[in-house]
Design a protein around this ligand. Structure first.
Ligand SMILES: [Zn+2]
Length: 183
């Protein structure tokens, strides 16, 4: 994998308008792992791309009426088959974390990068997802002032509001996989 201007060259690019500039050219130093599925518990379909680009049709599913207006996007999504989709350059401030804090600092969007895994809190993620996540994480660890201790879950930075990536996410497996490349 390679990065060019904060974009992973091999990712499928779906540019989102849901970002702005980081404060004072802040260099991102935190990686947040999320999950998402639309409708909840269902996989596939164009819905996540549409939500993250502000084009989700509110009438396509009863659940969508509540979320179609949201202006949100992660930097990347890893689908069940391991496909990598990128919506926002890592150098820009994507709107994925919401009200949040890490190590005493609020507004994690300012200084973090967000990766969504297509999934739910309780269903095991796929081998292909762990494989792609390892590759992306290795790339980000190489290019940004990131450490293993600064890779965390959405539920850790917004514990009152969020549960993702949930107990289904195997942190030991994931961190062991990147530790081999980044001792
Ligand atoms: Zn999340």
């Amino acid at each position: 994998m390679k990065l060019e201007d904060g974009w992973i060259t091999s990712a499928r690019k779906v540019p989102s308008p849901h970002f702005n500039q980081r404060p004072e050219s802040e260099i991102p130093s935190l990686l947040i792992i999320h999950n998402i599925s639309l409708p909840p518990g269902e996989f596939g379909g164009p819905w996540i791309d549409q939500l993250f680009t502000g084009t989700l049709p509110a009438d396509a599913h009863p659940y969508f009426a509540d979320i179609a207006h949201l202006r949100v996007a992660a930097h990347c999504l890893i689908r069940r088959d391991g496909e990598l989709v990128q919506y926002v350059s890592f150098d820009q401030r994507a709107w994925h974390a919401g009200v949040s804090a890490f190590a005493g600092r609020e507004n994690c969007n300012d200084f973090s990068m967000g990766i969504e895994l297509e999934g739910t809190d309780i269903l095991p993620y796929t081998d292909a997802q762990y494989e792609t996540l390892q590759q992306v994480s290795d790339l980000l660890l190489e290019h940004y002032p990131l450490t293993l201790e600064r890779i965390t879950g959405h539920s850790d930075i917004a514990p009152q509001r969020k549960t993702d990536p949930g107990p289904a996410f195997d942190w030991v497996r994931f961190k062991d996989s990147i530790r081999q490349e980044n001792p």
